[in-house]
Design a protein around this ligand. Structure first.
Ligand code: UD2
Ligand code: MN
Length: 347
């Protein structure tokens, strides 16, 4: 009996050793299909047993896998042949169907990103809008190819003011910000008029260290800055920069001044604005008449003067609106909103 037991134990030991050595022998293969966690734990045990050669392999593989997990694609580089951009404008931009077809692989809502690389910034472009269909078509037609050339990860938000009340461009910008952040992890916000189109692909639609003014070299102003503190047309803010100024004021009804007030906020928040070089910032402003419902705002000057006093209570933090509809078109997301009526003169 004793002899039988002894040989059984020996047989068991040999079998166990055999299985372990097989496992060790086929270790590389064995690990290949395992997930990263099991891989590290198991390998750590093996290393303790002296399998040092595994160490370098393990750390390499873990590093590679980690890279794969966190950054599936390399970061995007800008193409090095960016240059003057020829804008296409003709009368037949009455619908975007042909263009929509061309970009049929877009995610609905005008969201697009490069296929082969990871963009560093996620950009929401917010366009205030009412009754400017023709300009919108021109903008979309030219800007989608432009942004794609710049390897942008971006979404287009056209924020339409519903009804006939006085136009409130600034409030529409705030609404665009609020609605965009609900949809995607945007890090950069470009607030753009519907009628301005860059003429050079080196004019980067990106955010910068400071809030950026991007419409300082317009054809309608002979490519010169009309006044130093102009901050209208197109501006770019990182999320942090925009939160720091509490967004735009909600109190500008009708044409003018809301851009100057935003400039005052930037300065009051201790920031400076920046502008890219004139020669690469040239842009086209499509000419038009003043819209009905957007007459000059007579109250803008006193509001601009008190920007720094008001900025923390008037802006994103006090924004009120009602969404009428959100429509995902192929080339843009349209957010139609009721912006309400002018608040009482309380400031
Ligand atoms: C200047 C500024 C603009 C803004 C405005 C005063 C520049 C280059 N532009 O533009 O940023 O400060 O003065 O408010 O500095 N809109 C509609 N429907 C309307 C009215 C306006 O969609 O009925 C939108 C549209 O996106 C338009 C923008 O609001 O581009 C600005 O209005 P504008 O084009 O009438 O003002 P403009 O060209 O004088
Ligand atoms: Mn305009």
């Amino acid at each position: 009996m004793m002899g039988y037991r002894k040989s059984f134990v020996i047989f068991l030991c040999v079998t166990v050793i055999f299985i372990f050595s097989l496992k060790f022998f086929f270790l590389d293969k064995y690990f290949e299909d395992m997930d990263i966690k099991a891989y590290s734990i198991h390998s750590a045990n093996q290393m303790k047993k002296g399998a040092q050669y595994l160490f370098s392999k393990l750390s390499n593989d873990v590093n590679n896998m980690y890279m794969y997990e966190t950054q599936k694609l390399p970061y995007c580089d800008l193409p090095n042949d960016l240059g003057p951009y020829s804008i296409k404008i003709h009368d037949s931009f009455d619908n975007t169907s042909a263009l929509a077809f061309q970009y049929a692989n877009f995610a609905l809502g005008g969201h697009n990103k490069p296929d082969n690389c990871t963009a560093l910034q996620k950009i929401a472009i917010v366009i205030p809008f009412r009754n400017r269909e023709q300009h919108l078509q021109i903008w979309l037609y030219n800007m989608h190819p432009f942004l794609q050339r710049q390897q942008a990860d971006y979404g287009i938000y056209v924020v339409e003011q519903y009804g006939n009340s006085k136009f409130n461009r600034a409030k529409l910008m705030n609404i665009g910000y609020k609605e965009a952040v609900k949809e995607y992890n945007y890090s950069c916000f470009i607030f753009s008029d519907v009628d301005i189109i860059p003429m050079d692909q080196r004019n980067l639609y990106r955010c910068s260290k400071n809030p950026k003014h991007m419409a300082h070299s317009l054809d309608k102003f002979q490519f010169r800055l009309p006044y130093k503190t102009l901050f209208g047309g197109v501006v770019a803010f990182t999320k942090e920069q925009f939160l720091k100024v509490n967004g735009f004021s909600n109190m500008f009804w009708g044409w003018g001044g809301e851009d100057d007030e935003l400039y005052e906020r930037v300065v009051a928040a201790g920031m400076q604005i920046e502008r890219a070089a004139n020669n690469i910032s040239k842009a086209k402003a499509v000419l038009h008449h003043r819209d009905i419902g957007n007459e000059r705002n007579p109250k803008s000057v006193p509001l601009i003067k008190k920007a720094s006093e008001r900025m923390h209570i008037d802006g994103l933090s006090s924004l009120n609106y009602t969404v009428i509809s959100i429509t995902k078109h192929r080339l843009y997301t349209k957010v139609t909103v009721d912006v309400g009526l002018p608040e009482k003169d309380i400031y």
